[in-house]
Design a protein around this ligand. Sequence first.
Ligand code: ZN
Ligand code: ZN
Length: 352
Amino acid sequence: MSTKAFAAHSAESPLEPISFDRRELRPDDVAIEIEYCGVCHTDIHFAQNDWGFTRYPVVPGHEIIGRVTAVGDKVTAYREGDRVGVGCMVDSCRSCNACESGLEQYCSEGNTATYNGIDRYDGSITFGGYSERIVVSERFVVNVPDKLDPAAAAPLLCAGITTYSPLRHFGIGAGHKVGVIGMGGLGHMGIKFAKAFGAEVTLFTRSENKVAEARNQGADHVIVSTDREQMQAAADQFDFLLDTIPVQHDLNPYLNCLKYDGTHILVGLVEPIEPTIHAGQLVMKRRRLAGSLIGGMPETQEVLDFCAEHDIRCDVEMLDIRNINEAYERMKRGDVKYRFVIDMASLRDMEA
Ligand code: ZN
Ligand code: ZN
């Protein structure tokens, strides 16, 4: 079906309107009319080809909320009219150990990304949520509880699950001292989840003027990471650090803040670590450096249900899709609290 969208055509060009055809429903597919789509830093990386493997044109967007408009013959979990979500993946091999464990993000064949991925059946390039509608296998669709504000729920599908999953995996809860590094889309959700799990939470931020805001978000303490004295005073204090910084940064001062057996968890960085880390920071205290990627489909459902139950919401700023390029510029400056969400009515309203 002909579908309006916004796409980047090269690393240098701004996003602009295009139209393309969404596929016909396969037996296990759900067709979704998109109501809201969050804007993630990854979208900017792909639009600009920062990682060197963007396939143009690219239609970004992997924090998708919408209504089911049709289902394939074999679909059992969803019906027309249901409010649903789609996150960072739309397929995987479904038979490897990771997939059978509900950890499709770690599929041995690699998961199929919601955009810039390659469809496993017809070889086409996947297009994401900056569009009117999407067609996705029901296995990669989640139910959006009625209690959630649908616009504020969109970022849970990437920013939310990315921070929820490692906190759960490592069993973070009461009695733990947790540091969250960085307070953007991911960091502000990390603070909320770590608090909800009962931990004592400290935000590490470079900027003095985020101190009050971090406390508003629920942080018990704030450390200004550019202040050497504050960093020295934090040595050997933390059980876990959740590091949401998406660009290269020095990990050594943070590792020094972990207790023995403490764990530094990377969720934002997918580039080489520079400057290099001093192995002594790990060896001398049996510390661990770990990474974590989004979450599997069962856990993505779990985070939506958890947020409905505990009244946790992402802080969002609504965006008209015609202002998407300006929004990217603001995000690069860190000028958003804390996630842009596109109101897809603004795309439907545009002249064909
Ligand atoms: Zn994302
Ligand atoms: Zn697999």
